[in-house]
Write a protein that binds this ligand. Structure first.
Ligand code: NAD
Ligand code: TYD
Length: 343
């Protein structure tokens, strides 16, 4: 490995991975990103003067640009973070999820194969397995995705598998759990609730708030991807989870506590349709490669809250324009109804 193309490297986890890889190794990192609403060059400000880093604006579903970028930079490795990533948006408007997550991943695989790259790492999610009431998913479990987002990610996982089996490509896949940390677009629960609470605004908690997610700090996720990229076996899938299950209501309460804000900001609103009740991963396989999360949930969440408190310059300008349109479509009616019902 020498020249790594990181697709979606201007997003939340992709940018953390770029910073991590430039710190750890001597590789050249070429970020390839469409800069959708979620892509943000502010996430890469700390590496912009690094000579081993380069940014290319492009769409993974655009074959010509992918091909040119692979050739021009003698890419030998692709790490694919590029995706539409928000479940609620996939319910409102799924088109882009199919175009990017399914078709885009196929284009990357196909062009990577033609170019004869040495490795293709695909970043996937625990959501492809669906919901699990007890126990934890293993990599061999059946995929039963329940949202358009999860279904599109499952589609991309299957295409990665097909290119390994059919063409012998050296592929690896990680399925990560819910990730949190600095630079996360404020639509996902942690940054959304932190930034709303900072402004004393209501926190719309779906349903009873007793859904369970497994939480993983972003730098631990980046390290897990790095471990599998280097040591994972070709064609294999690795679960990368935090072993940190929390009910949504408890995460919400902890955020409020860390900000010294009252629990009266919580509004129980109409649930997300098809809402998965619980995610949990068995990560024995990744642990055997020598990876384990290094951060405790409580400490990492406290640091994360502090980061948003100190970095208003980063999130205030995001929460304008099209963001407010999305907020209205997703929450206005829900909050109005919850208000009428007394919260
Ligand atoms: P994000 O939404 O913050 O960033 C996605 C990035 O992809 C953005 O920079 C965006 O501009 C780029 N992008 C979107 N469509 C593109 C296209 N067609 N061509 C090129 N670039 C495009 O996402 P994230 O939370 O950092 O997630 C990164 C990856 O990790 C995704 O594949 C996601 O499915 C997976 N994942 C995320 C989580 C999580 O909790 N956030 C958990 C497990 C797995
Ligand atoms: P989210 O951050 O959207 O991640 P995912 O859906 O990929 O797990 O949501 C995490 C959990 O928080 C999920 O159970 C849905 C819930 N949630 C709310 O209750 N209210 C919200 O406004 C959001 C965005 C999420």
């Amino acid at each position: 490995m020498k020249n790594i193309m990181v697709t979606g490297g201007a997003g939340f986890i992709g940018s953390a991975f770029v910073r991590y890889m430039l710190r750890q190794y001597d590789y050249n990192i070429i970020v390839f990103d469409k800069l959708t609403y979620a892509g943000n060059l502010d996430n890469l400000l700390t590496v912009q003067d690094e000579p081993r880093y380069k940014f290319v604006r492009g769409d993974i579903a655009d074959r010509e640009t992918v091909r040119r970028t692979l050739e021009a930079n003698a890419i030998d490795t692709i790490v694919n973070f590029a995706a539409e990533t928000h479940v609620d948006r996939s319910i409102l408007d799924p088109d882009a999820f199919l175009k990017t997550n399914v078709f885009g991943t196929y284009v990357l695989l196909d062009e990577g194969h033609r170019a004869g790259i040495a490795r293709f790492h695909h970043v996937s999610t625990d959501e492809v397995y669906g919901s699990i009431p007890v126990g934890a998913f293993k990599e061999t479990d059946t995929l039963e995705p329940n949202s358009p987002y999860a279904a599109s990610k499952a589609g991309s996982d299957m295409m990665v598998r097909a290119y390994h089996v059919t063409h012998g490509m050296h592929t690896t896949t990680t399925r990560g759990s819910n990730t949190f940390g600095p630079y996360q677009y404020p639509e996902k629960i942690a940054p959304f609730f932190i930034t709303e609470a900072l402004d004393d605004r209501p926190l719309p908690l779906y349903g009873d708030g007793m859904q369970v997610r497994d939480w993983l700090y972003v730098d631990d996720h980046a390290a897990g991807i790095d471990r599998v990229l280097h040591d994972g076996l070709p064609g294999e899938v690795y679960n990368v989870g935090g072993d940190n299950e929390r009910h949504n209501i408890d995460v919400t309460r902890l955020i409020l506590k860390l900000l010294s804000k009252p629990e009266s900001l919580i509004r129980h609103v109409e649930d997300r349709p098809g809402h998965d009740r619980r995610y949990a991963l068995d990560c024995t396989k990744a642990h055997r490669l020598g990876w384990k999360p290094q951060h405790t949930f409580e400490e990492a969440l406290a640091e994360t809250v502090e980061w948003y408190r100190r970095n208003e310059w980063w999130w205030r300008k995001i929460k304008t324009g099209a963001y407010l349109e999305y907020y209205k479509a997703q929450y206005a009616q829900r909050l109005a109804k919850a208000g009428a019902a007394g919260g």
